[in-house]
Design a binder for this molecule. Structure first.
Ligand code: TRP
Ligand code: SF4
Length: 400
């Protein structure tokens, strides 16, 4: 049985904040127990927009990786690595660029959006246009099945699927494919072989998706198949070509409910963040000076939690009892805003205790982080090299 693989990446933005934690990292930590996971630092992607400010990328990478570890991403469960240390990504990106129509890249919504947003930068570059293709290479090189991303990245995963399909269509035809597929069917054993043929017919003639799923399950269970035969039989279901690059699916990460200290989205550029390893005094001060319902000017003015960013924090950090106390006390002016903020402060501090604990060793000895990354890069490279062997062979660049 081939377990489904999860892959996701993050550009190195430096220290992460509670928005990243509740939006992304909590999900990664959960997924690492459920699937083999690969998590990487997309440092080349950072360079597509920060090409004129290099120097910042390495420090941002180390800071971010320590935050991943602090948040509970566990190198014993997940493979953690840096994109540029697995140069196979670049080779696949290059090969894919040969068959990628320019129009496909120009049509990706983030292309124009980002150019319009980052007006202070010249983003009419070759590398920036290729951003989604590099991302496609990141995903396809590990034959990842599931890609956890936020909504803004869904078009990139869809683009990746189109690239995989085009690649398989162009290069997936091996000489004698039909015969080889038929030989492989025999290896399933009589009963399974018959069922496979039936399901294939149902899918090809009537487009029945559940027949396709059942056939996939049969292939997953067939222990005796070689990797090549399995790929052939997956391909034979869909049409007549071999699947070399698997189509991934997006695993939509729901938008974080974590607002910033001012009620806007939490973001470094708004200066409204609490970072993952922030010191206690600073957290107390930030929450104490947080904006509240503007209608509560004096202690005796009643307020409305719905109009207050502190309430959003209670939704994350407080239980029903505390929430009821806030609702009642705020609307009746029975509690002051500082009283109301106290449980939030305690909640944020408590959440950070294990993060500080996990991070301590890495802060004291950065070599530990480097070792984790070196290990992860080596594992990732092995997987990437396997795919690249198949890719080169399919394209006809196999000189061995
Ligand atoms: N583009 C992604 C982002 O900005 C980062 C990324 C690069 C990524 N390569 C990836 C995410 C591959 C998932 C899979 O968030
Ligand atoms: Fe906000 Fe709480 Fe003050 Fe009400 S009492 S305005 S919810 S901080």
């Amino acid at each position: 049985m081939f377990a489904e693989k999860v892959l996701s990446g993050m550009r190195p933005t430096g220290r992460l904040h509670l928005g990243h934690y509740h939006g992304v990292l909590v999900n990664w930590v959960k997924l690492q127990h459920e699937y083999p996971c690969l998590f990487f630092v997309a440092d080349w992607h950072a360079l597509t927009t920060a090409y004129d400010e290099p120097g910042t990328i390495t420090q941002n990478t180390w800071d971010m990786v320590v935050d991943w570890l602090a948040a509970g991403v566990d190198p014993a469960q997940a493979t953690i690595f840096i994109q540029s240390r697995v140069p196979e990504h670049a080779e696949l990106h290059l090969l894919l660029s040969m068959m990628t129509p320019l129009g496909w890249l120009e049509r990706v919504p983030t292309y124009k959006d980002q150019q319009e947003k980052l007006t202070h930068k010249d983003l009419t570059t070759y590398g920036f246009l290729g951003y989604p293709l590099l991302q496609a290479a990141d995903i396809l090189i590990y034959r990842a099945d599931k890609v956890p991303v936020g909504e803004d990245q869904v078009p990139h995963v869809e683009f990746t699927r189109e690239i995989a399909r085009r690649f398989n269509h162009l290069y997936g035809r091996e000489p004698g494919f039909e015969e080889k597929a038929k030989e492989a069917i025999k290896k399933l054993g009589n009963k399974r072989a018959k069922l496979y043929e039936e399901l294939r017919n149902r899918f090809q003639e009537r487009g029945e998706e559940d027949a396709l799923e059942q056939a996939h399950a049969i292939l997953d269970e067939a222990q005796s198949l070689s990797h090549g035969d399995r790929e052939r039989l997956f391909g034979y279901l869909a049409g007549s070509s071999k699947i070399i690059l698997a189509e991934p699916g997006a695993l939509l990460t729901l938008a974080s409910r974590m607002p910033g200290l001012d009620g806007q989205k939490m973001s470094k550029s708004y200066g409204n963040t609490i970072t993952l390893r922030e010191d206690e005094e600073s957290i107390r001060k930030k929450v104490r000076t947080m904006q509240t319902d503007p209608a509560r000017v004096r202690r005796t003015d009643p307020g409305d939690p719905e109009k207050c960013p502190v309430w959003q924090f209670h939704l994350i950090y407080s239980n029903d009892e505390v929430r009821a106390w806030v609702q009642e006390g705020c609307r009746s002016a029975g509690i002051g805003c500082l009283d109301c903020k106290q449980p939030v402060i305690e909640g944020v501090l408590k959440e950070q205790v294990p993060m500080h604990e996990r991070a301590r060793a890495y802060e004291e000895d950065p070599q530990l982080v480097k070792n984790i990354i070196a290990d992860g890069c080596e594992k990732a490279r092995k997987l990437a090299q396997e795919t690249m062997r198949d890719v080169r062979e399919a394209i006809g660049l196999d000189y061995s």
